[in-house]
Write a protein that binds this ligand. Structure first.
Ligand SMILES: Cc1ncc(COP(=O)(O)O)c(C=O)c1O
Length: 354
């Protein structure tokens, strides 16, 4: 599986000619996540991978702006900074991880292209990244996926492969494409290059800090685990709070029970957050001690309206949930400086939830 690639010394260490064990001293006293990464063969991406990803994607990705709204601050009772990833290329932070994965491939691997399964933002992001590198991109899409998202993926030049709904059918179709074409799998959230790439959004945001807490949505956990790594390396005093739909709260259950909970039937308006928390993502979030807040869909839709009205931020529900988590937990955040990643803005304008 793709996560095994992270067992190589980090790309930054390779670049500098420095072995990870030599780097340990430089990080003595750092956050446990960073320390763990330096003392054993690294099974998971680390902070240096996030730094490397930031350099790798810089020629291609936008440094998205930070938005503020005094009106929303007053309602929330805290000071909010919104990282506008809905203005990222392809309309979501997903471009960061996809771009890092695509531009990490050596030329030999790259010529055979990339493949993923996604009916949403990752598919479009990977298609765009592959187009920028000039390589083929295959996206396996389940029957019944929203037409608007499929059109967007196709418009970036990806080759679409239909399959039956359900994760087993998607994975089988991906394997078939890999066998037939030699394309490299870029998993939407467990791939270490994707996790490191997603961490660059928090890295940029933390540069505008200090923050007492960062709040990000969690689906498969690529963004959340990348953010955990960025916090551990850049601002270990900042709390990581994850916003998860109450109708798909398996991250909350997993971290509470100390084991990955995978049996659940998602029921939420947040279509980007219906996936199951990945294994490496769970490990990183557990080691980090991330906190999870479950949010009802009504609160998410209200927060989405508020972002449209007050911040002119055209976000999708899977983004608005992060603000909803703050507004529904005013006491938890009272007086704090809070960074919120507004993750994406790809929605069907003919199907707004109000
Ligand atoms: C807009 C948006 N926000 C958040 C997420 C959650 O990201 P992750 O799966 O990395 O947790 C997704 C995933 O598709 C998304 O599309």
């Amino acid at each position: 599986m793709a996560a095994h690639e992270a067992e190589q010394p980090s790309s930054r260490a390779r670049m500098n000619g420095t072995r990870p064990d030599q780097m340990q001293d430089a990080h003595a006293g750092a956050h446990p996540l960073v320390f763990r990464r330096m003392t054993s063969p690294p099974p998971l991406p680390g902070f240096d991978d996030v730094l490397c990803a930031a350099a790798r994607i810089a020629p291609h990705a936008h440094v998205t702006p930070m938005l503020r709204s005094r009106g929303i601050d007053r309602l929330a009772g805290c000071t909010l900074a919104f990282k506008a990833e809905f203005l990222q290329r392809a309309g979501a932070f997903k471009f960061r991880g996809a771009c890092n994965a695509v531009f990490s491939l050596d030329d030999g691997e790259a010529t055979r292209g990339v493949v993923t399964h996604s009916s949403g933002n990752h598919g479009g992001a990977l298609a765009l990244a592959a187009r920028l590198r000039g390589i083929p991109c295959h996206v396996v899409v389940p029957e019944g996926a929203p037409r608007a998202k499929l059109d967007a993926i196709a418009a970036y030049g990806a080759i679409l492969h239909r399959c039956a709904p359900g994760i087993a059918a998607r994975e089988a179709a991906c394997e078939e494409v890999q066998r037939a074409t030699g394309a490299r799998l870029v998993h939407p959230y467990t791939d270490p290059r994707v996790i490191a790439g997603q961490g660059t959004a928090a890295l940029e945001l933390l540069g505008d800090g200090p923050f007492d807490a960062l709040v990000v949505p969690v689906g498969g956990g690529g963004l959340a685990s990348g953010t955990a790594i960025a916090i551990a390396g850049a601002a270990p005093g900042t709390r990581l709070v994850l916003a998860e739909p109450a109708g798909a709260a398996e991250t909350l259950a997993s971290l509470r029970e100390g084991r990955r909970v995978t049996a659940f039937t998602p029921d939420t308006v947040c279509d980007g957050l219906r996936g199951t928390l990945g294994e490496p993502n769970f490990e990183i979030l557990r080691a980090h001690g991330a906190e999870v807040l479950a949010v009802g869909d009504a609160d998410t839709v209200a927060a989405m309206r508020l972002l449209y009205q007050r911040a002119k931020a055209l976000v999708e529900p899977s983004s608005a949930i992060a603000l909803a988590a703050v507004l529904a937990n005013r006491d938890r955040f009272a007086g704090m400086r809070v960074g919120v990643i507004l993750t994406g803005g790809n929605l069907d304008l003919d199907a707004l939830p109000w």
